[in-house]
Design a protein around this ligand. Structure first.
Ligand code: FES
Length: 508
């Protein structure tokens, strides 16, 4: 096999295989019943559900719709969220563990109903989900997970071999799950929302909420959307009313490569239990199978050279699957909460008309869909069986507190480490499309030389709480190891909690 070239850009297959509608920027102050911030799966599904019930919806996206985490997903629609049910039973008890499963199942059904009722051509396909291990030390954990499935009466099978020829010792199969092309599905939901009266605005950055009698979303340009309810579905909540969501979640990056193999894919959506993560599914690209291999997770801003992670996946694919073409590569950022359950509900008790949905722990297709359902039910004054389970106000002391301490000790370590780092690399040695950190007038400075040899310099102090950002070569961004904020090489915010750009350093 000839050496495979790494694709130059990190464009996901999903966005490259569809054209999405474009929406203008918000240029005036307006009123709505519900203002939604974030055009991913949660925001668009909520807009669809609410607009269908004649609720006047305005949806704002800081960039283009479906260009955030939803556009970078693996798009598995499953209640099998890795090793989780045994842990949920231990932590919350069987009743709540079963509720979590039922919520994911309900999300799966809602997606399926939408696909059927709107006749959406989105490569929706039923597949089994397979959680496997090739590590002796994980066999017991897989057996415990099987016991949890037994206890919760989740239909499953435990096997020691599978049709996909990869090394595995044990596999736990959850039947009748599904996969799809997320953007083909959500494009139709967005269009249907607009047909039902929703207004969507792109390139409109929400920066704050003013809460008087009604909440008003304030945009970067100073416009406001005055409404009765706000849904913050912007991945990291753009507004947290000093409830410090960033101390209760951590951000992780993961990597996806899309390759072609001479082998025929035997079906199934695979994910392993151990590290490094290896998740595999296929999709149909022009009547050919495109294999998506996912994994190499690490905390944001704390990876090795990020290109190494793509190489890790490529080596795995070459050795275990045999591949002929390397077609796409991209990466995703996901947020995990202290107890692994998403936060879905009022941002605080006092401001209960501002609703958040975040912390989907890589399972955004089901968690994002159920979030949209829970929040729209709340707005429509309908009861929802899952509202307590996911309430951001919940407090389960034991594991949460230990993890809280761990996450925040890690933040403190990075805060100090970044400040002590006395790196002074030479800019002269920098090649095109590369970056380094140096000191200019004593100030830690991030320097990126673009493909036209133009230098871009930023102050590496994160504008959130002052940790030092690190270079992400795979995405050409500056990423913060503390709470996962990300900035373009010119310093613009790509991802919060930071709201302000990195300070630009002018040429010396
Ligand atoms: Fe919190 Fe950077 S994201 S300090």
């Amino acid at each position: 096999m000839t050496d495979l070239q790494m694709p130059k850009t990190s464009q996901p297959y999903w966005a490259d295989s569809i054209s999405l509608p474009e929406f203008s920027k918000l240029e005036e102050s307006i009123k709505a019943d519900v203002g939604i911030v974030g055009g991913g799966i949660t925001g668009i599904t909520a807009a669809y559900l609410l607009a269908k019930q004649n609720v006047k919806v305005v949806l704002l996206d800081a960039d283009e719709i479906l260009n955030g985490t939803t556009g970078h997903t693996t798009a598995k629609i499953t209640a099998q969220h890795g090793l989780i049910y045994d842990e949920l039973i231990q932590h919350f008890g069987p009743e709540k563990a079963l509720q979590y499963y039922n919520a994911a199942e309900e999300a799966k059904k809602l997606i399926e109903q939408n696909v059927e009722s709107l006749n959406i051509d989105c490569d929706y396909k039923k597949e089994d989900a397979i959680l496997f291990t090739n590590s002796d030390s994980y066999i017991t954990q897989l057996q415990n997970e099987k016991k949890a499935y037994d206890q919760l009466k989740i239909e499953h099978e435990l096997k020691d071999n599978m049709p996909l020829n990869i090394p595995l010792k044990s596999a736990l199969i959850m039947k009748n799950q599904a996969q799809f092309h997320p953007l083909k599905y959500l494009k139709v939901l967005a269009e249907e929302s607009v047909k039902n009266g929703a207004q969507i605005y792109e390139q409109t950055v929400a920066v704050d909420i003013e809460y008087n009698k009604h909440p008003s979303i304030i945009t970067k340009d100073g416009h406001r959307v005055t409404c009765n309810h706000v849904i913050a579905a912007s991945h990291f909540p753009f507004y947290d009313k000093e409830s410090f969501y960033f101390t209760r979640m951590y951000a992780e990056r993961s990597y996806i490569i899309a390759v072609k193999s001479p082998k025929k894919y035997p079906g199934g959506m695979y994910i392993n239990a151990e590290e490094p993560t290896r998740s595999i599914r296929t999709t149909n690209m022009n009547d050919e199978e495109l294999w998506l291999i996912v994994g190499e997770n690490h905390k944001t801003g704390q990876g090795k050279s990020t290109m190494i992670h793509y190489t890790g996946l490529l080596d795995f694919a070459k050795q275990k699957l045999g591949i002929t073409d390397f077609v796409y590569r991209w990466s995703a950022q996901d947020l995990t909460t202290l107890d692994k359950l998403p936060y879905i509900g009022p941002v605080t008790k006092e401001e209960d008309n501002v609703l958040v949905a975040t912390g989907f722990r890589k399972w955004g297709m089901t968690n994002g869909t159920i979030a949209a359902k829970i929040l729209s039910d709340r707005i429509l004054e309908k009861d929802n069986a899952y509202k307590e389970l996911f309430s951001p106000a919940r407090f389960q002391a034991d594991p949460s507190i230990r993890k809280f301490a761990r996450i925040n000790a890690d933040v403190a370590k990075h805060m100090v480490k970044g400040k002590l780092d006395n790196t002074k690399n030479s800019i002269d040695d920098l090649s095109a499309d590369d970056a380094t950190v140096t000191r200019i007038n004593g100030k830690r400075t991030g320097v990126y030389k673009d493909q036209n040899n133009k230098i871009h310099m930023v102050d590496t102090t994160c504008t959130h709480l002052g940790c030092e950002v690190e270079w992400n070569s795979g995405e050409r961004s500056w990423d913060c190891p503390c709470h996962g904020s990300r900035f373009s090489y010119t310093g613009e915010v790509i991802e919060g909690p930071a709201k302000r750009p990195l300070k630009k350093i002018e040429d010396q």
